[in-house]
Design a protein around this ligand. Sequence first.
Ligand SMILES: [Cu+2]
Length: 135
Amino acid sequence: MKKLFMILAILISVFLAIGCAGNQQNGGTEDNGEDGAVETTNVIMEDIQFKPATIQISVGDTVTWTNEDSTEHTVTSDNFDSGNLEQGETFTHTFNEAGVYDYQCTIHPSMTGTVIVGDVDTGTGNTNNDGTGGY
Ligand SMILES: [Cu+2]
């Protein structure tokens, strides 16, 4: 019986090792996505945060922000300003020039977001889609 337990223990160890390696690979892929921007044109305001905080869009795309908090927020940058948005209200802005647009809520200065428009080299590895032409 002891030998059987030993064999089981070894088998379990091997499976755990394989499982960990697999998780690390998957985690790495997901990390790359989290480090970069999320491809979407919809941002919500929730829990005093912009979600997702960093988005990637194409030139000419229109981004829609929706306030899902019970408190008022703004979407404010040098290029656009929503004014106060109450719960359920939305703000849209069309980005016709490539670039990186940082914005914030003037009511909550720690509430910040970024819109990356077009193929901009932000130095964070967002250009790793070379050759795919996915955009
Ligand atoms: Cu706010």
